[in-house]
Design a protein around this ligand. Structure first.
Ligand code: 1GP
Length: 250
């Protein structure tokens, strides 16, 4: 995603909205898309670990109709590949030890991805314990990183970067009770140069600010916006204010 690379270089922050095709309703999606014109975001992520509706295409078509922002697939498995998006987070679940999610699914998906025309974003995906078992940890049959072990997270991210992964995604899981701690984000920030994406349980301006201040380049918000669409102006303002201070100090 060009924007992430550019933002990382300039120190600017980004906001992405996660749309889970299972949860979005057409009317509220259109409303949300219109609101993103007033309260800007940087990208839409489409996906989830368990999508039962398989309506990626419909969701993407609706986004295209009402917004010019990039659409990035956040797939749970190769069934979620849809060439009508712009890019795809090719997630290697490096916090876990399940070969299927480290490389197995990728082998199955590779020929499809090659033909898809999608921009492929090799991503070190790190699931962080949020106090309760999440769908992604259950489905992927992996143990998340302990919430209070920033050092383990830092070493994992370092290994991911050394293996050539271009992004690191720290995820507490959708609807997480507690988001990834600022300490963990800062520990990862201090050891890798890749852009860092942080998501899971960010449901207030304050949590967004803390994650971005600690070193996240982009935050991803799904659940929080589903529950309270009025969160969008708050999140958008936090990002814009941080970016203004970057412009003023540069
Ligand atoms: C989940 O990081 C995303 O994989 C977003 O989480 O739905 O809790 O915002 P939320």
């Amino acid at each position: 995603m060009t924007i992430l690379r550019e933002h990382k270089l300039s120190g600017k922050k980004a906001l992405a909205v996660l749309l889970d095709p299972d949860k979005v309703e057409q009317d509220s999606l259109v409303k949300l898309l219109h609101r993103t014109n007033d309260y800007p975001i940087d990208a839409f992520l489409v996906g989830g670990s368990l999508v039962t509706d398989y309506s990626h295409q419909e969701v993407i078509a609706t986004i295209r109709e009402h917004s010019a922002k990039p659409v990035v697939l956040f797939p749970g498995n190769p069934l979620h590949i849809d060439p009508s998006a712009d890019s795809l987070l090719l997630l290697s679940l490096i916090s876990g030890r399940n070969p299927e999610f480290l490389i197995g699914q990728h082998v199955i998906a590779a020929p499809l991805l090659k033909k898809s025309g999608l921009e492929i974003l090799p991503t070190g995906y790190m699931l962080v314990d949020s106090g309760t078992q999440t769908t992604v940890s259950y489905i992927s049959n992996t143990t998340p990183l302990p919430h209070d072990k920033p050092g383990v997270a830092a070493c994992t991210a370092m290994a991911g970067e050394m293996l050539g992964l271009k992004l690191i995604y720290l995820d507490a899981g959708s609807g997480a009770r507690r988001p990834v701690s600022p300490e963990m984000i800062a520990a990862v920030r201090s050891v890798v140069d890749t852009p860092i994406i942080v998501g899971g349980g960010i449901n207030s301006g304050e949590k967004a600010y803390e994650a971005l201040k600690a070193g996240a380049d982009m935050i991803v918000v799904g659940n929080g916006l589903e529950k309270d669409p009025d969160l969008l102006p708050e999140l958008s303002n936090v990002v814009q204010q941080l970016n203004q201070s970057v412009v003023q100090t540069s």
